[in-house]
Design a protein around this ligand. Structure first.
Ligand code: PMP
Length: 434
């Protein structure tokens, strides 16, 4: 086991010794450091999700309430990440909390239907165009797997076409896309560029079962794409006999009917997750009645099961979460998103930092460069964004280490103002250190 002393020494090592940001992080979070050392002994690289691993070590959190989080050292943070968008109503949201307490006292999962699953399915059907029926899974990753199984069953083809730097979860076929490697069954084209998808289909359509694209390119830097892109994809999906799968795991929060509703486009299959579980593990695939015939027990084409699929706790929490994500609340979050961007731009200018942002409603990704990069791998600000992430933590704001900010419905103007004051201090530290 690495000793705490060794960890501290490595943080204070040559290239870090002038980093006030790192030193201050270390001073504020000694118990997190200690907890991480233990974690590292028993979990590879000390974590169970890659995005939760940052240098010198991740925080250990102990509590969340509303827009706030607390770490094991007692520091308070404004939660501007919301567990990568799943906590759309913030932490420990009272209506969800009360519902969960009620449901959990009757047990947690049975191998039969429960009272909440069809209610959640119904809500999603009412919201998302093109979704007549819904199958639940336990994660967005599993939803991607299921969508692919359906596409393979219906087309008899094995391959998948996705956007470079797209992310659809940890399934092998999709991971090669996010690492920009391609793979034996994975073809890639450029997000937002319909012609590049058509070119791949012209050449390989007989091997491709589905096009997978996100409503906005989330992990790839929060890039939006216009309605025309999705409309073109739908046309070519029909032309080449492949399915169009729109992944709304992140983007569902952008409108009452997700990003598809905002853009008036309709997928063959819609992947959902995150917010529809009210803070619990979840995923779902929705599609037309016709497509969902693959699950018809009299002519079963896709076998799909899962011990925790549609479990009552997740479904009950999801019902509250989806029901309470009203148009009015989405609008308020979007307005607050604008305030956040405006304030950050102002701070960046004050300290002479280059600044650009990809922004969709309550989701944004910032870059310390004059222009947003063409794609996430060509970002030039790795050093700066890494320091800024740590500086934000030092000033009590949690964001994604890649510079992603996420708002929640329980935020108001005052909390955004407080966040902006803290972010301003983080930018000052960054400017002092580069
Ligand atoms: N699709 C998208 C667009 C995502 O952002 C994610 C997760 N960030 C997934 C799928 C996978 O979801 P999960 O982490 O629940 O497996």
């Amino acid at each position: 086991m690495v000793s705490l002393k060794k960890l501290i020494n490595s943080v204070l090592a040559e290239d870090n010794k002038h980093s006030k940001i790192k030193q201050s992080y270390l001073k504020r979070t000694p118990i997190s450091a200690e907890k991480f050392l233990t974690a590292e002994s028993f979990e590879p690289s000390g974590v169970s999700r890659q995005v939760g691993r940052w240098s010198p070590y991740p925080l250990t959190l102990v509590r969340g309430e509303g827009p706030f989080l607390w770490d094991v050292d007692g520091n308070r943070y404004i939660d501007m990440l919301g567990n990568y968008t799943s906590l759309v109503h913030g932490n420990n949201y009272k209506p969800i909390h009360e519902e969960i307490n009620r449901v959990v006292s009757s047990g947690t999962a049975w191998a039969a239907n429960n009272l909440y699953q069809s209610e959640l399915a119904q809500q999603l059907v009412q919201r998302v165009d093109g979704v007549d029926q819904v199958r639940f899974t336990n994660s967005g990753t599993e939803a991607g797997n299921l969508a692919l199984l359906i596409a393979r069953a219906l087309t008899g083809r094995y391959g998948v076409l996705m956007a470079r730097f797209g992310y659809h979860g940890g399934l092998q076929e999709f991971e090669v896309g996010s690492f920009n490697l391609g793979g034996p069954h994975t073809y890639m084209a450029e997000y937002g560029n319909a012609a590049s998808f058509e070119a791949v289909l012209q050449q390989h359509s007989e091997k491709i079962s589905a096009i997978f694209v996100e409503g906005v390119l989330g992990a790839g830097g929060m890039c939006p794409a216009p309605a025309s892109f999705f409309i073109e994809l739908k046309k070519m999906a029909n032309k080449f006999g492949v399915l169009l799968v729109i992944d709304e795991v992140i983007s569902l929060r952008l409108g009452f009917g997700g990003q598809q509703g905002n853009l008036a486009v309709t997928a063959d299959l819609t992947m959902m997750g995150k917010l529809i579980g009210g803070g619990f593990p979840v995923g779902a695939v929705g599609g037309s009645r016709e497509i969902m015939k693959v699950f018809d027990p009299n002519n079963l084409q896709v076998w799909h099961s899962g011990t925790f699929n549609g479990n009552p706790v997740t479904m009950a929490a999801g019902n509250v979460s989806v029901r309470e994500l009203t148009v009015e609340r989405i609008d308020i979050m979007n307005q607050l998103g604008l305030k956040l961007v405006k304030g950050m731009r102002c701070s960046a200018r004050k300290y002479g930092l280059p600044f650009s942002v990809n922004h969709s409603g309550s989701l944004l990704n910032i870059f310390f460069s004059e222009h947003t990069p063409e794609d996430i791998t060509t970002r030039e600000d790795h050093r700066m964004i890494t320091k800024f992430h740590l500086a934000c933590l030092n000033h009590g704001v949690t964001i994604a280490s890649r510079g992603m900010f996420v708002l929640s419905t329980i935020m108001d103007s005052a909390i955004i103002q407080e966040a902006l004051e803290r972010i301003d201090l983080a930018m000052k530290d960054l400017a002092d250190e580069i």
